[in-house]
Design a protein around this ligand. Structure first.
Ligand SMILES: Nc1ncnc2c1ncn2[C@@H]1O[C@H](COP(=O)(O)OP(=O)(O)OP(=O)(O)O)[C@@H](O)[C@H]1O
Length: 379
């Protein structure tokens, strides 16, 4: 049975000393002037549903200034279940519990997936590759326990390998870590590549609808073990890569051998899924270099629409949709595309500084929370 978010509470989280919302239904609009805490609220809800944050913060940034820790809780309900998820965040650590029992993030992700769309997401189109990989992983982690376990194992091994390289440990030690790292790296690559293929095809469809079929969007997932020439070519024009498990393993092992000396000199790992790339193309040209602002927005919106479609297909229910200050950024055509996403079964939170960017019908159907009216010391 589908879970939904019934209530959320923050204590000493970001700008909030104390904040709670109960009786949450389909559509909640959070209004408030700049710095009222709208993005903080969206981030808090994401932390209690996706168990990650689109802002990629360190734990310390989430704790209200001068407070020792932050506490968040979420009440999730369905016809047959009543769950209480708690989080305690201290500088340097985050711990979660479910109905009073301690849980690892890997055990909670997927309970109630969420998809965030915020102006910050424009970095998906233009910014660092690490943000694209992180967005793909956050989706993968919400959809598959295997994805989250392998990602965690792989990241642990990379940290260990980097520490050895930094300490100039003997090559034999680094090689023995590579032996453990390769299976996790190959599996993470396979999960990501399979997820990317599904996401990218839905993204192209969504973009095509928004652009009235006038532009063609493609996206590719480029493994780190490709030679520099091939990676350059894959930046210039879309090349589809497809590796079976054995082929991926052989290619990664060969690249690790070929670049071992470089890793020793640079004192860090240079090959593996943490260096894979995601490239976007509009009409065959790399979007990082050639896309206009409007095309970048459409690209990111299409990615988000593809995420929602994939969660619906794979989990069988809609994710919680968190839309942070996006209406004012979108032209009427894109706004319409976004509003169509708000199917009746999609629990949605939208923030804005000004209610005038919403349709009257949308506001009539929503519960409107005015964050600007809250006492400032309680925010
Ligand atoms: N750890 C923290 N402790 C206290 N305040 C914080 C913390 N982190 C962020 N803030 C403050 O929270 C305030 C609200 O930020 P938020 O991004 O939620 O505003 P917003 O309502 O989305 O504003 P805008 O409309 O300008 O996007 C900011 O002034 C920021 O300085």
């Amino acid at each position: 049975m589908t879970l939904r978010l019934e209530g959320i509470q923050f204590r000493d989280f970001r700008s909030y000393e104390s904040f709670s919302l109960d009786g949450l239904a389909g559509l909640t609009v959070l209004l408030g002037p700049n710095a009222a805490g709208k993005t903080n609220a969206i981030e808090g809800i994401q932390l209690m549903t996706a168990f990650g944050s689109f802002r990629n913060p360190v734990a310390k940034e989430l704790v209200r200034w001068n407070a020792p820790n932050a506490r968040l809780s979420a009440h999730l309900v369905s016809a047959s279940r009543d769950l209480s998820v708690q989080a305690e965040i201290k500088p340097g650590s985050r711990s979660y519990s479910l109905n009073g029992k301690k849980k690892a993030v890997q055990d909670l992700q997927g309970l109630l997936p969420s998809v965030v769309f915020s102006p910050d997401d424009l970095v998906l189109a233009k910014g660092a590759q690490s943000r694209r990989r992180a967005a793909l992983d956050l989706l993968g982690c919400q959809l598959s326990r295997n994805h989250r376990v392998i990602k965690r194992d792989f990241e642990r091994l990379v940290r260990h390998k980097n520490a050895l390289l930094k300490d100039e440990a003997p090559a034999m030690l680094v090689e023995s870590v590579n032996d453990m790292l390769v299976p996790a790296a190959v599996q993470l690559y396979l999960y990501r590549a399979a997820l990317a293929a599904k996401l990218f095809s839905r993204m192209s469809e969504a973009y095509s609808v928004m652009a009235g079929g006038a532009e063609r969007v493609e996206a590719t997932y480029v493994p780190s073990w490709e030679s520099e020439d091939v990676r350059d070519a894959a930046q210039a024009a879309p090349i589809a890569f497809s590796y079976a498990k054995d082929e991926a393993r052989a290619a990664l092992e060969a690249a690790l051998r070929a670049r071992a000396a470089e890793e020793r000199v640079r004192k860090r790992s240079v090959v593996g899924p943490h260096h894979d790339r995601i490239e976007f193309f509009i009409d065959g040209r790399n979007a990082s270099t050639f896309a206009s602002q409007g095309q970048q927005r459409s690209l990111v919106l299409a990615w988000k629409m593809a995420e929602v479609a994939l969660v619906r297909e794979i989990v069988g229910t809609s994710p919680v949709l968190l839309l942070d200050d996006v209406m004012s950024e979108l032209d009427p055509r894109r706004r319409r595309a976004l509003v169509e996403l708000l199917a009746e079964d999609t629990q949605t939170f939208i923030t804005a500084t000004d209610p005038s960017c919403f349709d009257g019908d949308l506001l009539d159907a929503a519960r409107v929370i005015d964050l600007g009216r809250q006492e400032p010391w309680l925010r």
